[in-house]
Ligand binder design. Structure first.
Ligand SMILES: Cc1cc2nc3c(=O)[nH]c(=O)nc-3n(C[C@H](O)[C@H](O)[C@H](O)COP(=O)(O)OP(=O)(O)OC[C@H]3O[C@@H](n4cnc5c(N)ncnc54)[C@H](O)[C@@H]3O)c2cc1C
Length: 400
C-alpha cells in the first residue's frame, strides 16, 4: 500500500492503538503521534481506580513507548488543519503533512463556574489523578463532595470511601445514570452508594462553590450548603475540537466529529475520527452516537487501521460495552438501552447487592446490565445473540 505518512492527533488509547495496529499489520511508512500531554500514552481507566487509590505507580498505566513503534512523538497540541493541502499545523507552528490523518483527540472535562479554586479537582489526566491523590492524602479522613454521579464520579466515591473519607455525591438527575439505564434500574444501582456509606443527593445541582483561598463547601440550588475539604467535578466532557473550527471538518453541535460507518470524515477517506471525539454513523440506528468508553475507542482504532491499509473498507459495528469498578465489585453494561425499553430484573441472593437487568426493545433483547455478578455477564454475552433472546438470558440468570 502507498500511504506514506499517517499523522495521529491524540496519543491515548485510540491513537496509540492505531499506531501499534499499523505496525502489527506490517505498515512501514512514517507515523507521527501528536499530543500535548507529556505523560501520554497512558490508559485512563486506572486514574479513578488503582492510581487514585495509590495501588499502582503511574508507569503501570503506560500504553508503551512510541519509539518502539517507530513513531515520531510530538509533545504539542494540534492547532489547525488544512485538509485541502493535507497539512496539520501544531500550535507551535510546526507543519506536518499527511497522507492519512486520524483524529483521536478525545474529550476534556466540563468545569463549573468559580473554578479554578484550590481543592476543586477535575479528573481526566494522569496529572489530575496524582494531584487528587495528593489532596486526599492531605485531607486524611476529611469531607469530599463529588459533583456528578456518573461512572467516573462513582468510582472516585468508591476509591475515596475505601480510604476512610466522608463522601457525598451530588447528582442533578433523579438517580445517577438514569438517562442511560432508566430511572428504576438507576435507582437500584445507586443503592450501592448507601450500602458503602456514601451519601447520595439526587435531583439537586450546584449553585456555587464556596471558599476564598481554597474550597470550604458547595452551595446547592436547594439552598443547602455542604461543607467540603475537597470537591471533585465530574459533570461530563466536551470533545476536544475547538482547534478544528473553520477547517471544514464536520462537527456536531457538541463538537463531536461526524463520520461515516467506516470512521471516515471525508468521501476519499483521508481523515478518520475515533474514540470519545467521534460521532460515527450507526447504520442500524441511522444516528451518529458519540460513545465515551474504552472498548469503543479500541474497536474504532482497529477498524481505521484496516481501512487505512486495505482497499475494501470495513464498517464499524457499534457493540457498546462499558465496565466500571466500584466498591470492590464490577458493573458491566452490554449494549445500549434506549428510553422505552422494557427492563427485566433478576436479583441474586447473598450478602452483597448483586443483580442483572435485561433490556427488551420490540420484543427483542438489546442490552444487559450486570452488577457484581460475573457469571451473569458471561451468560448475557452468550444469550444476547441467541434466537431465544431475553427469555434465554433471564432463564440462564435464574439458574445461576
Ligand atoms: C478517570 C477515568 C476513568 C475511566 N474508566 C473507564 C472504565 O472503567 N471503563 C470504560 O469503558 N471507560 C472508562 N473511561 C473512558 C475511557 O478512558 C475513554 O473512553 C478513552 O480514554 C477514550 O480514548 P480516546 O483515545 O478516544 O481519547 P482520550 O483518552 O480522551 O485521549 C485523547 C488525547 O488527545 C489529546 N488531545 C486533545 N486535544 C488535542 C490536540 N488539539 N492536539 C493533540 N492532542 C490532543 C489529549 O491530550 C489526550 O491524550 C474512563 C475515563 C476516565 C477519565
Amino acid at each position: 500500500m502507498s500511504v506514506g505518512r499517517v499523522v495521529i492527533v491524540g496519543a491515548s488509547v485510540g491513537g496509540s492503538r492505531v499506531a501499534t495496529g499499523l505496525r502489527a499489520a506490517g505498515y512501514t511508512g512514517a507515523i507521527a503521534l501528536v499530543d500535548p500531554d507529556p505523560d501520554a500514552p497512558y490508559d485512563r481507566p486506572p486514574l479513578s481506580k488503582q492510581i487514585l487509590a495509590g495501588d499502582w505507580a503511574p508507569d503501570r498505566a503506560s500504553l508503551g513507548d512510541p519509539v518502539r513503534w517507530r513513531a515520531e512523538r510530538h509533545v504539542a497540541a494540534a492547532g489547525s488543519l488544512d485538509p485541502a493541502n493535507r497539512v496539520l499545523r501544531l500550535a507551535s507552528g510546526v507543519a506536518l503533512p499527511y497522507d492519512r490523518l486520524v483524529l483521536a483527540c478525545g474529550a476534556a472535562p466540563r468545569s463549573l463556574p468559580g473554578m479554578p479554586l484550590p481543592g476543586v479537582h477535575l479528573l481526566r489526566t494522569m496529572a489530575d489523578s496524582l494531584a487528587l491523590r495528593d489532596r486526599l492524602d492531605r485531607i486524611g479522613s476529611g469531607r469530599l463532595v463529588i459533583v456528578g454521579g456518573g461512572f467516573v464520579g462513582a468510582e472516585v466515591a468508591s476509591t475515596a470511601r475505601a480510604r476512610g473519607i466522608d463522601v457525598t455525591v451530588v447528582e442533578a438527575l433523579p438517580a445517577p445514570l438514569s438517562g442511560l439505564l432508566g430511572e428504576e434500574v438507576a435507582a437500584e444501582l445507586a443503592l450501592l452508594h448507601a450500602d458503602n456509606g456514601v451519601r447520595l443527593m439526587c435531583g439537586t445541582s450546584v449553585g456555587a462553590l464556596v471558599g476564598e483561598r481554597e474550597v470550604t463547601g458547595v452551595e446547592l440550588t436547594d439552598g443547602t450548603t455542604l461543607p467540603a475539604d475537597t470537591v471533585v467535578v465530574g459533570v461530563g466532557v466536551r470533545p476536544g475540537t475547538d482547534w478544528l473550527a473553520g477547517s471544514g471538518i464536520p462537527l456536531d453541535a457538541d463538537g463531536g466529529v461526524l463520520c461515516d460507518e467506516y470512521c471516515a470524515v471525508d468521501a476519499d477517506r483521508t481523515v478518520y475520527a475515533i474514540g470519545d471525539v467521534a460521532r460515527c454513523r450507526d447504520p442500524l440506528l441511522d444516528r451518529h452516537p458519540r460513545v465515551e468508553h474504552w472498548t469503543n475507542a479500541v474497536e474504532q482504532a482497529d477498524v481505521v487501521v484496516r481501512n487505512i491499509l486495505e482497499p475494501e473498507p470495513t464498517a464499524h459495528r457499534h457493540a457498546f460495552f462499558v465496565w466500571s469498578d466500584q466498591y470492590g465489585g464490577k458493573i458491566a453494561l452490554l449494549g445500549r438501552p434506549e428510553p422505552g425499553d422494557e427492563a427485566a430484573v433478576v436479583r441474586a441472593e447473598g450478602p452483597r447487592r448483586r443483580f442483572a437487568v435485561a433490556y427488551l426493545r420490540g420484543g427483542r433483547p438489546c442490552a444487559a446490565l450486570t452488577v457484581n455478578w460475573p457469571k451473569a455477564l458471561l451468560a448475557a454475552r452468550r444469550s444476547l445473540g441467541s434466537p431465544g433472546g431475553c427469555d434465554d438470558v433471564v432463564a440462564a440468570w435464574k439458574n445461576l
